[in-house]
Write a protein that binds this ligand. Structure first.
Ligand code: ASP
Ligand code: MG
Length: 318
């Protein structure tokens, strides 16, 4: 089960998450994103630090602190989170001194969101009665050193899944794993690309060999159009891996395009469901497609694109 930023964004949402996990008695692992807009704030703090704007850094850090403080009152988790925030401050101070960021330092900076949320999410699950333990995906997901869009080594990751995650599930625990994060064999922090937690969940699920992956999000599945723009948009009952990959690649924000790949290889269905409306069945992404009346399943769009047409004499070979 994967819970996105909105679904772990506040105490109320985290309590809802715990109920949804509890309601499904099957053995499971949980993958979580950073809370709310934490990742955006971390990256903005990095840009501020790089140009020496420490006031800007404080604004972002204060906002992250406030989100975290409102989400839990577990003393141990609060202390652990405070230690992480101090480490984060130190890192941003380093960026200020260097006046530069690199893909490697940005990946490390971005990793704090999930590292903070995972402890808080696990605490909520424990409070609800589950034997939940946080796992840092850097101990599991092995990647290359394309730091901000890292490529996963599935063989090495399979070994780590079998060593670190599977035994906990077999012991009846619920591992709660950070989305988005990985680590190089040399021990450096990497991330899987923006919105990469869906992909993390799919990697973990496929390598565990789960019977179903559930992406819990803020809409009740994959829709015929972006519901923020098209009020008549309807939920699709089922789409194939290929369709889902194509839709997400061409602008459907509901799921990360890479998510379908690991699931497709193992034929594992992915269900996209809404934490706001958990009684709805959502959309199943699987090997088969379902027919719709008009043949066309969805309309997607990509913003911020420009087509430039350059004309003139002597353009050949330019
Ligand atoms: N927290 C990361 C991001 O905002 C990953 C994710 O949310 O899926 O990009
Ligand atoms: Mg997200």
């Amino acid at each position: 089960m994967k819970f996105g930023g909105t679904s772990v964004g506040s105490r109320e949402r985290l309590e809802r998450m715990a109920q949804l996990v509890m309601a499904d008695p099957r053995p499971r692992a949980v993958v979580v994103s950073a809370m709310g807009d934490t990742t955006d704030r971390l990256l903005e703090a990095g840009r501020c630090a790089e140009r020496g704007d420490m006031h800007g850094v404080s604004v972002q850090l204060d906002a992250i602190r406030a989100t975290v403080a409102a989400a839990t009152d577990d003393a141990e988790v609060t202390a652990h989170t405070e230690a992480l925030l101090e480490e984060l401050e130190g890192l941003l101070h380093g960026v200020r001194l260097l006046q530069e960021q690199t893909p490697r330092s940005r990946a490390l900076l971005a990793s704090f969101g999930e590292r903070i949320s995972v402890g808080i999410a696990a605490a909520h699950l424990r409070k609800a009665g589950l034997d939940a333990h946080p796992i840092d995906a850097r101990d599991v997901v092995v990647t290359d050193d394309r730091f901000e869009e890292a490529v996963v080594d599935f063989e090495a990751t399979q070994r780590r899944i079998d060593e670190v995650v599977r035994p906990r599930i077999e012991a009846g625990e619920t591992p709660v794993i950070t989305g988005f994060l990985g680590r190089t064999p040399g021990g450096l922090t990497t991330v899987l690309g923006r919105s990469g937690s869906d992909y993390s969940a799919s990697i973990v699920g496929a390598l565990l060999g789960v019977e179903e992956g559930v992406i819990w999000t803020d809409v009740d599945g994959i829709l015929t159009a972006d519901p923020r723009r098209v009020s008549e948009a309807r939920t699709l009952a089922g789409v194939s891996y290929r369709e889902a990959a194509e839709m997400s690649y061409f602008g459907a924000k509901v799921i990360h395009p890479k998510t379908m790949m690991p699931a497709l290889e193992k034929g594992i269905p992915i269900r996209v469901r809404s934490t706001f409306e958990p009684e709805k069945p959502g959309t199943v992404i699987g090997p088969e497609t379902t027919e719709v009346p008009f043949g066309v399943k969805t309309v997607t769009s990509v913003d911020g694109l420009v087509l430039l047409n350059v004309e003139g004499r002597g353009m050949a070979g330019m």
